[in-house]
Design a protein around this ligand. Sequence first.
Ligand code: SF4
Length: 61
Amino acid sequence: MKAFVKKDDCIGCGMCVDVCPEVFEIGADGFSEAVGNPDAHPDKTYEAAEICPVNAIEVEG
Ligand code: SF4
């Protein structure tokens, strides 16, 4: 399973971090990054992708 944030689309709202801080964090550039292991938190990773208001999160697997 892989999670990836499309930086060009992310608006830095932080909702993915609220839902799944184990995988997502706001980087120094103010946008989200998938830094954790999505395999350890698949349901929350999918939930974060679903709530992203600009569909910036891609999840594979
Ligand atoms: S929910 Fe979407 S727009 Fe908001 S910080 Fe996360 S990836 Fe970026």
